[in-house]
Unconditional design. Structure first.
Length: 580
C-alpha cells in the first residue's frame, strides 16, 4: 500500500482548490486539477474510512455497545467544520463528483466511473442514515451554490438504490480497471458485487418507508445472487499500513497519540450475549484482564467430594464495563452494596491488540454480513436460492472462520438454544437486572443479533442503523446523558444526528427546508429525538420506575458449577464459608 501514500498526498494537494467557498456544503466544484481516477478514488475511500473509524471511537462504539469509553454520552451532534457532514460533502463527494463529471463520457473509463458512482451512493447512504434529510440532487453542483435544497429521506433512498442498480449493471468485469485500487486491487467483478450487496443492505434498511419499491430492489438483487458478495475474498475492506499518516485511525487515537483517559473497555451488554451462549468470539474481540487487576467474583459452588456447598471468591479474566450509574428513583438499592462500585477501571476488559494494530484493515461490508442480508431477504420472502437457515449458518461460519475459531467450537455454538434455528434463548440479565440477552424464537431476530455481533469493531454505525430499524436488542439506558438530553434522567440511543451548528448560517434556506421536511418546528435540530422514517415504531422506556436488583449471575460459574472444576482451572480462590 506504500504507493497509495503518494496518491493520497496528491489528493490532499488538490483539495484546497476543490473546497473554496464550500465550507460545509456550498462549493464551486468546477475547478479540477488533472489527477487520475485512481488518485482521487484512493483519497476519497481513505477519507471515508478514516471518518467512519474516528466516529466509531468518538460515539458509535458506545451506541453499538461494543466498546465503552468513560465520559462518552449518546452524542451524535456533528462537529462544526470537521464532522461527518463536512468530511463527506467536501473531502469525499466533491472529489468523486469531479471524477464522474470528467470521465463519464469516455468509454475507456467506464468501469472506474461506475465504481465512483457506487462509492458516492455508499457515502450518501451514510449521510441519510445519520441525518435523514440531505442534499443529493443539488449537492456538489455548480448551479446551486447559494441555496441548496435538501432531498427528503424517501427521495434520498430512492436515488441511492437507483444509482447502485445502474452503476453495478454497467460494470464490465473484463473492461477497464483501476491500475491501483485500495479496495479490490482492480478487480471490477468484486466492485460489481459490492455495489449489488450494498444495494441489498440499503433496500432492507428502507423497507418500512419505501415499501414495495425497496422490496423490488431486494428481489432483484436476490435473483442475481451470483453477483452478490459470495466469498471472504470479496469482502469490501481497505488495508492500512504502519506508515505515518497511513495508519489505522484506532491506532492513531489510542496508541500513537497521547490518550490520557482510561483505555476503552468491553461493554457489559455485549458480554451478556457472549456469556449467555458461550460465544468464543469474546476472546477474539477482547483481551483478558491482567491477573493482578481481575475482578473478584463471589460465587456458590458445590463440593462434590464432601457433598456440601462452598461460598468462594475468585478472579475472572473478562468483565464488561457498565454504561452509566443508577437512577435515584431505583430505591431497591438503598440498603444494598453495589458489587461493582469499587471495581478498578483496570478490572474491565479492553479490545485485543489487533483492533489497535497500525495496519489493521477497515471492513466496510463483509462476506458474513452479506450472508445475513441474504438470510433476512429469504426470511421475508423476497428471494434466494437457499433456505434462510442456510444463509444464516453460513454467516456465522464466515464470522468464526475469519477469526480462526475451531470447527468444534463453531458447531457447539450453532447447536445452542437461541442460536440454533427455530429455538429461543434465555440469556443472562445485566447486573442491574433491567435488561437481558434473551433471543426470541422468531428466526429473523437471530439473524439481526448475529449481524450485530459480526459488526465488531468497524460496523458500529451499521449497528446503530440496525437497532433503529429493528429494535432487536434491548440496549440498557444511558442513565447519565448530561447535556445531550437535559430534560431526561435516562436516554435510549438517539434517533438521528443533528446538522453542523453553522449550517443555518451557511445555507439558511436549505436548513429551514430540511427542518420542515423532518417535521421539526423552529430552528433547532440538536435534540436527537426526531424519528427517521426507516425506524421501527418504538415507545421509549420510562426507566424511572423500573424495579432493579443486583445480579452477577452472568459473571458467576465462570469455570463451572463445582469446586472441583474451579480447582482444575488452576485459578486461585478463597473459601469464604461452607454449608450443607
Amino acid at each position: 500500500m506504500k504507493k497509495y501514500i503518494y496518491i493520497i498526498c496528491l489528493v490532499g494537494m488538490i483539495l484546497p482548490a476543490c473546497t473554496k467557498n464550500f465550507d460545509d456544503i456550498n462549493t464551486d466544484p468546477s475547478r479540477f486539477e488533472n489527477a487520475t481516477p485512481e488518485a482521487i478514488m484512493a483519497g476519497a475511500i481513505k477519507r471515508t474510512n478514516d471518518a467512519m473509524a474516528n466516529n466509531n471511537t468518538q460515539r458509535w462504539w458506545d451506541i453499538a455497545h461494543f466498546i465503552i469509553q468513560q465520559g462518552n454520552r449518546y452524542d451524535v451532534t456533528d462537529a462544526r467544520g470537521n464532522g461527518i457532514w463536512k468530511t463527506m460533502y467536501v473531502d469525499v463527494l466533491n472529489n468523486i463528483q469531479q471524477v464522474i463529471r470528467t470521465y463519464e463520457s469516455n468509454p475507456a473509463f467506464n468501469n472506474r466511473v461506475q465504481a465512483a458512482r457506487i462509492w458516492r451512493a455508499y457515502v450518501y447512504s451514510i449521510l441519510v442514515s445519520q441525518f435523514g434529510v440531505i442534499p443529493i440532487t443539488q449537492a456538489n453542483n455548480v448551479d446551486y451554490l447559494q441555496n441548496i435544497t435538501f432531498n427528503t429521506e424517501d427521495e434520498a433512498y430512492a436515488i441511492i438504490l437507483s444509482e447502485l442498480k445502474d452503476a453495478a449493471s454497467k460494470i464490465n468485469p473484463s473492461g477497464d480497471r483501476f491500475t491501483y485500487d485500495v479496495l479490490y486491487g482492480g478487480n471490477m467483478l468484486s466492485w460489481k458485487k459490492f455495489g449489488n450487496t450494498l444495494r441489498l443492505r440499503v433496500a432492507l434498511q428502507c423497507t418500512r418507508n419505501l415499501g414495495e419499491e425497496a422490496k423490488k430492489h431486494i428481489s432483484e438483487t436476490m435473483a442475481d445472487e451470483a453477483n452478490l458478495i459470495n466469498t471472504e475474498n470479496e469482502t469490501a475492506k481497505m488495508n492500512y499500513e504502519n506508515v505515518i499518516n497511513n495508519e489505522n485511525p484506532y491506532y492513531i487515537r489510542f496508541k500513537r497519540n497521547t490518550f490520557t483517559l482510561p483505555q476503552p473497555k468491553m461493554s457489559d451488554f455485549i458480554m451478556l450475549y457472549f456469556r449467555s451462549y458461550k460465544d468464543p468470539r469474546m476472546e477474539k474481540y477482547y483481551a483478558p484482564v491482567p491477573l493482578a487487576s481481575r475482578y473478584l467474583v463471589q460465587d456458590t459452588l458445590k463440593n462434590v467430594a464432601t457433598d456440601s456447598m462452598y461460598v468462594v471468591s475468585y478472579p475472572i479474566p473478562y468483565n464488561g464495563y457498565i454504561k452509566a450509574g443508577k437512577l435515584p428513583s431505583w430505591t431497591s438499592f438503598s440498603n444494598s452494596v453495589d458489587p461493582l462500585q469499587a471495581s478498578n477501571i483496570n478490572s474491565f476488559s479492553e479490545p485485543v491488540a489487533d483492533v489497535y494494530a497500525a495496519n489493521r484493515p477497515f471492513v466496510i461490508l463483509s462476506y458474513a454480513e452479506a450472508q445475513f442480508l441474504k438470510a433476512e431477504a429469504k426470511e421475508i420472502g423476497l428471494g434466494g436460492s437457499q433456505l434462510a437457515e442456510a444463509y444464516y449458518y453460513s454467516g456465522i461460519d464466515a464470522c468464526f472462520n475469519r477469526l480462526g475459531i475451531s470447527t468444534a467450537e463453531l458447531n457447539a455454538y450453532k447447536a445452542r438454544d437461541g442460536i440454533k434455528w427455530n429455538t429461543q434463548g434465555k440469556g443472562f440479565s445485566n447486573y442491574l437486572g433491567n435488561t437481558n440477552a434473551d433471543i426470541p424464537i422468531t428466526n429473523i431476530n437471530k439473524i439481526w443479533v448475529q449481524r450485530w455481533l459480526n459488526y465488531y469493531p468497524d460496523g458500529a454505525f451499521e449497528t446503530w442503523n440496525l437497532q433503529r430499524r429493528t429494535r432487536a436488542m434491548r440496549f440498557p439506558p444511558h442513565t447519565n446523558p448530561a447535556n445531550n438530553l437535559l430534560v431526561n434522567t435516562a436516554a435510549d440511543i438517539p434517533h438521528r444526528g443533528s446538522y453542523p451548528t453553522d449550517l443555518v448560517g451557511l445555507n439558511p434556506v436549505g436548513y429551514a427546508d430540511a427542518l420542515r421536511k423532518l417535521g421539526i418546528n423552529g430552528i433547532d435540530d440538536t435534540q436527537p429525538t426526531t424519528y427517521l422514517k426507516f425506524e421501527a415504531p418504538y415507545t421509549v422506556s420510562d426507566w424511572t420506575p423500573t424495579q432493579t436488583f443486583y445480579n452477577l449471575a452472568y459473571l458467576q460459574k465462570w469455570y463451572g458449577t463445582t469446586v472441583e472444576e474451579l480447582k482444575a482451572s488452576g485459578t486461585t480462590f478463597t473459601v469464604l464459608s461452607k454449608f450443607k
